[in-house]
Write a new protein. Structure first.
Length: 182
C-alpha cells in the first residue's frame, strides 16, 4: 500500500498554531535533539518508540484530528506519518524541512542546554571515523581494510536513496541520546 503524505511549511503551521484551537504537533526526534532545540508546545515521542496507542492518550491528540509531525529534516517525520497512518490516524501532516526549516524561517524556537550533538552530526563523525580508519588500516596493516571505507560509502548511498539510515537508527538508541527531558 502506497501512502501519500500531506505536507505543510513551517510558516503555514506557525500561522495555524496562532488560531483558537492550535493543532497537535508531534516531535519524533531523540530526547537529546529535543532538549537542544525544539518548537514550543510539541509532544515528544521519538520515532524508535513511536506507539500509536500511547500517542492517542496524549492531551489534544486524536486519530480523527490532524497530527502535524516534525523531526530534524523531514525523513523521520515521514516514517512516523506512514506508521501512524497504518495505525488508523486519518490525517498525518509532515512539516517540510523539519526543525531545521523552522529555524531557517526565523520562527520562534526554544533553545535548551541539550549538551549533546545532534544525531546528524553524530552520524557524520562515526562514518568519518570508519572511513578514515579503513583507509589508514589498508595503508599500514592490510589492503583488505579498504572495504571498511567501501562499506560505509555503500551505506551512505543506501541511506540517501532510501531515506533509511541504519547508523542513525543505531545511534538514536545509544544511552547518550536517551537523556534529556521532553
Amino acid at each position: 500500500m502506497v501512502i501519500f503524505m500531506k505536507t505543510i511549511t513551517p510558516a503555514e503551521l506557525h500561522r495555524l498554531r496562532s488560531e483558537k484551537n492550535p493543532p497537535f504537533l508531534l516531535d519524533v526526534r531523540t530526547p537529546v535533539e529535543h532538549a537542544h532545540t525544539h518548537v514550543s508546545g510539541v509532544f515528544l515521542m521519538p520515532l524508535d518508540r513511536l506507539d500509536a496507542a500511547e500517542l492517542e492518550k496524549a492531551e489534544g491528540c486524536s486519530k480523527d484530528q490532524p497530527v502535524y509531525i516534525l523531526c530534524q529534516s523531514g525523513r523521520r517525520a515521514t516514517a512516523a506519518a506512514e506508521k501512524l497512518t497504518r495505525a488508523g490516524f486519518h490525517e498525518c501532516i509532515v512539516v517540510k524541512g523539519g526543525t531545521s526549516a523552522w529555524i531557517d524561517a526565523g520562527l520562534p524556537i526554544n533553545k535548551g542546554n541539550g549538551g549533546g550533538l545532534p544525531l546528524e552530526r553524530q552520524i557524520q563523525i562515526v562514518i568519518g571515523i570508519f572511513v578514515l580508519s579503513g583507509v589508514l588500516l589498508s595503508q599500514f596493516v592490510n589492503p583488505v581494510f579498504i572495504w571498511v571505507s567501501g562499506f560505509m560509502g555503500a551505506g551512505l548511498i543506501y541511506a540517501g536513496l532510501s531515506g533509511n539510515c541504519g547508523m542513525g537508527v543505531l545511534l538514536s538508541k545509544m544511552p547518550w541520546n536517551q537523556r534529556g527531558t521532553a
